[in-house]
Design a protein around this ligand. Structure first.
Ligand code: 13P
Length: 253
């Protein structure tokens, strides 16, 4: 049985105090309410809050994620944060390859592959984001494009390592737009990606890899999305900034 995820990506939102309240509320609700025991709740918070918020976690159902990392372990890289630093702050997951980082910070598949290696080397879990633009979907090249993102950033890994990666499919046209991919569209892509993983690593390995959907996930659409056979949860942006709504998403399995 693959692990199911309700993963929040706060992006660049929340002051320290606002975030502390939100983070505590979620971890308390997840602890006290009935959440499927196979579900992991992950909150991706701004880097300056990681160390402090990781101490607020009061249940093993909740983990904290960073939204980025730099692939070198240490050194003269002013302003960057390494994976050993994240680990020492209590971080278990690192979101990488988000379309916003690919677009605004020119991150390439190769650079993201280096981050994957750095994260796995420290025993942390990468949440590897991929996804096509609307133009690519309209051109009909979306399947090949997203498969290529996996090939370029993950397929250097051996079968043991690739199973430690969580994949998040986030069609760019569905991020922050209120337009969700239909559950059929999402399932179709997730199946294509799982088949792609199976073609390289075999079906058993592919069946062990959690593939999340991201893009305007809300409590209202989560149950239908998460009931699809190849959708193992969500990477949630806007709706993760509301403790009740995000906890309800975690209870949608
Ligand atoms: P929204 O849920 O706000 O569409 O954002 C999705 C996302 O980018 C999560 O990483």
């Amino acid at each position: 049985m693959r692990t199911k995820y309700a993963a929040g990506n706060w992006k660049m939102n929340m002051t320290f105090e606002e975030g502390q309240i939100l983070f505590s509320e979620v971890t308390n609700m997840v602890k006290d309410e009935v959440v499927n025991p196979n579900v992991k709740v992950v909150m991706g918070v701004p880097a300056p809050y990681l160390s402090s918020f990781s101490k607020l976690i009061n249940t093993d159902k909740v983990s904290i994620a960073a939204q980025n990392c730099y692939p070198k372990a240490s050194g003269a890289y002013t302003g960057e944060v390494s994976v050993p630093m994240l680990k020492s702050a209590g971080v278990e997951y690192v979101i990488i390859g988000h379309s916003e980082r690919r677009e605004y910070f020119n991150e390439t598949d190769q650079f993201i592959a280096e981050k994957v290696d750095a994260i796995l080397a420290e025993g942390l879990t990468p949440i590897f984001c991929c996804g096509e633009t609307l133009g690519q979907r309209e051109e009909g090249i979306h399947f090949d494009f997203v498969k290529g993102q996996l090939t370029n950033s993950l397929f250097h890994l051996d079968a043991d390592a690739v199973q430690k990666v969580v994949i998040a499919y986030e069609p760019i046209w569905a991020i922050g737009t209120g337009v969700t991919a239909s559950s059929e569209q999402a399932q179709e892509m997730h199946k294509v990606l799982r088949d792609h993983l199976a073609s390289k690593y075999g079906q058993e390995v592919a069946d062990n890899i959690s593939i999340l959907y991201g893009g305007s996930v809300k409590a209202g659409n989560a149950p239908e999305l998460f009931s699809q056979p190849d959708i193992d949860g969500g990477l949630v942006g806007g709706a993760s900034l509301d403790s009740r709504g995000f906890t309800d998403i975690a209870k949608s399995f």
